[in-house]
Design a protein around this ligand. Structure first.
Ligand code: URA
Length: 230
């Protein structure tokens, strides 16, 4: 019998693959529809998420829920996850070895959910998923093909809140990005790629091996300006 997302979640609940196992309250695996067309990827759980066991439940999460509502979606219809499943103490940046240890959970999430569209929330998730050094300010506003899916980067809601929320300069950009998400979801799914000819080079590896951490020194760093702290 094949593994379900619930199987993976219950296995992850006991994860001790990195040091965060000793400081977390609980693993924050992810929440939402296991068949979602739309997957959000944030950075790591914060204090509220660590307490409640669900991603994006604090102030940033409330903004995410509101933005979803603006495009006619609920949290139950999408899937919400983070790169790290456990809270880094004091909300420090995820460390390279923690990301490496945690990535297989995200790989399984993508493989089982098979989302059409992945939204990376903030600088950190965007750099990690798209393997880019470009900051979120440059990356947002566009769609990126990614292993037969579409990635849409946008600002982290916590960064929007720190920038003044609805009154801040980037709120309009966030709204534009959510409108782009809505339009992209409404597009027909791309045709599956044709089978390669026998002589053709082998197809690229499947997403299960490619979410990003075969690389070593190329780990994204979070170094841009204030808006790009997440
Ligand atoms: N920030 C994140 O990146 N993820 C959460 O779950 C909460 C805040």
């Amino acid at each position: 019998m094949s593994r379900t997302l619930a199987d993976v979640a219950s296995e992850a609940a006991g994860c001790t693959k990195c040091r965060l196992a000793t400081s977390r309250t609980q693993v924050v695996f992810g929440v939402g529809n296991p068949d979602a067309d739309l997957l959000f990827i944030g950075e790591a759980p914060g204090m509220h998420e660590d307490k409640q066991g669900e991603p994006f439940v604090g102030a940033a999460g409330q903004l995410l829920t509101r933005m979803l509502g603006d495009i006619g979606l609920t949290r139950d219809e999408v899937y919400i996850a983070n790169i790290l499943k456990c809270r880094p103490p004091g909300n420090r940046d995820p460390q390279e070895d923690e990301i490496e240890a945690c990535t297989p959970w995200l790989v399984e999430q993508v493989s089982l959910i098979q989302p059409e569209v992945i939204v990376t929330l903030g600088n950190f998730a965007t750099k990690f998923v798209l393997q880019t050094q470009q900051g979120i300010t440059r990356m947002r506003g566009s769609v990126y093909p990614w292993h037969g899916r579409t990635v849409i980067p946008t600002f982290h809601p916590a960064a929007i809140l720190r920038g003044g929320g609805e009154k801040g300069r980037q709120f309009g950009d966030l709204q534009e990005d959510f409108a782009l998400i809505k339009r992209t979801l409404a597009e027909p799914e791309p045709e599956p790629e044709p089978e390669p000819e026998p002589e053709a080079p082998p197809p690229p590896p499947p997403v299960t091996s490619l979410i990003g951490l075969e690389r070593d020194a190329a780990m994204p760093t979070v170094t841009d300006d204030q808006m790009e702290l997440f």
